[in-house]
Design a protein around this ligand. Structure first.
Ligand code: 2IP
Ligand code: CA
Length: 354
């Protein structure tokens, strides 16, 4: 298990480096910002290119996991399908080949013959980026049965902020938007129970400036998407200092870091790949991510007992029953409440009941 976690940590560094190099290398970056171009071909190409960055990271993870634990390779799921259609309408399965050169040839097909961009990407994907965690951390990794694990990956969460590339603004400890809201999310769950067991989050553009922070008031912070209704914001703002932030993964990360006491999402606009990694971390901290529509039924209770809380956790092994459309089969359709300390739930439920 420790080896798997070490591999995932190193991989998340590599994924962060792929994300950074696409912004850093002019040849790649120009593909990303072509979105601003007028023509449909340009827009299509940029869409494809963004998707390519995602697919590439996802497939690179599958490649590494498969190399290490062949049986686990089939249980790496992500937002993207590896089948990729380029602007010429050709279908190509993106995968990491045995050699850098083979990967570059494959990527060049996806990139309509842009071999320079393909070479740069292939170099990063094949480069050896390793990160060794402190021995004290490795000692704490429990020995879980690897054979029954599944992996959810969101290669680049908050793609909108990633493409915009702004340095962002912060309120207290939390960025409202900008590159710091971009995360690479890798979640581990148990395939039998569907419960999360661990997670790795990489923040490729973590530019947090500790000096410039100042607490705003004495209330606990609750973080939510700016797409939530004003009415909900007002409800929670009575008892919490509500802060808006972009990026599903980022919002949950700030809960795990203790910058916010909780995150509430009611719209069903997130997916299992958005929540799996932070859920695994929160679970390890004694917290969790419960389904909003279900926990709100307990709004009249002072305390929700441990067993009920376990029942209400998001599960990662089964798609939703009868989704309105196939693309919603893995959506967190009932919304969620993420918390590090279950003690905060009573205040949240009080807000819901009011
Ligand atoms: C998105 C991204 C958005 C989030 C949305 C996710 O994932 O994290 O920021 O919306 O729910 O699905 P919001 O920021 O309003 O919470 P992606 O960028 O991978 O599509
Ligand atoms: Ca996402």
């Amino acid at each position: 298990m420790a080896e798997l976690i070490k591999t995932l940590l190193s991989f998340s560094e590599r994924a962060g480096e792929i994300a950074r190099s696409i912004r850093r290398e002019p040849k790649l970056f120009s593909l990303l910002v072509e979105e601003k171009g007028e023509s449909e071909k340009n827009q299509r190409f940029t869409h494809d290119f963004k998707t390519l960055a995602d697919v590439l990271i996802q497939e690179a993870l599958r490649h590494h996991v498969k190399q290490m634990i062949p049986s686990l390779g089939d249980y790496v799921q992500g937002e993207e399908s590896a089948e990729f259609t380029n602007t010429l309408g050709e279908k190509i399965i993106v995968q990491i080949c045995d050699t850098q050169q083979e990967t570059a040839v494959l990527l060049s097909k996806v990139l309509d013959g842009n071999s320079e961009a393909a070479d740069i990407l292939a170099t990063v994907v094949h480069s050896d980026i390793s990160w060794t965690p402190e021995p004290e951390l490795v000692e704490k990794i429990p020995d879980l049965p690897i054979e029954s694990l599944g992996i959810w990956i969101d290669p680049i969460d908050s793609t909108g902020e990633y493409v915009k590339g702004e340095s962002g603004t912060n309120r207290g400890d939390i960025y409202n938007h900008g590159l710091p809201c971009v995360t690479v999310l890798i979640g581990l769950y148990d395939r039998m129970s569907g419960l999360p067991v661990g997670g790795v989050i990489n923040q490729p553009f973590a530019l947090f400036d500790k000096e410039s922070q100042s607490p705003e008031d004495g209330r606990a912070v609750l973080v939510m998407s700016s797409s939530e209704d004003l009415e909900l914001y007002q409800k929670f703002n009575k008892n919490f200092n509500v802060v808006h932030a972009t990026g599903a993964g980022y919002k949950l990360l700030v809960v795990a870091l203790g910058y916010a006491a909780a995150c509430v999402s009611t719209k069903g606009s997130t997916f299992r790949w958005d929540t799996a990694a932070p859920h695994g971390i929160l679970e390890a901290q004694g917290g969790g991510v419960v389904i909003y529509n279900k926990i709100s039924h307990h709004a009249k209770e002072v305390d929700v007992d441990k067993n009920t809380l376990r029942e209400l956790q998001i599960r990662y092994h089964k798609p939703n029953d009868s989704p309105a459309q196939l693309s919603l089969q893995w959506s967190n359709e009932g919304g969620f409440v993420a918390y590090r300390d279950p003690g905060v739930l009573s205040t949240i439920l009080q807000c819901v009941a009011d």
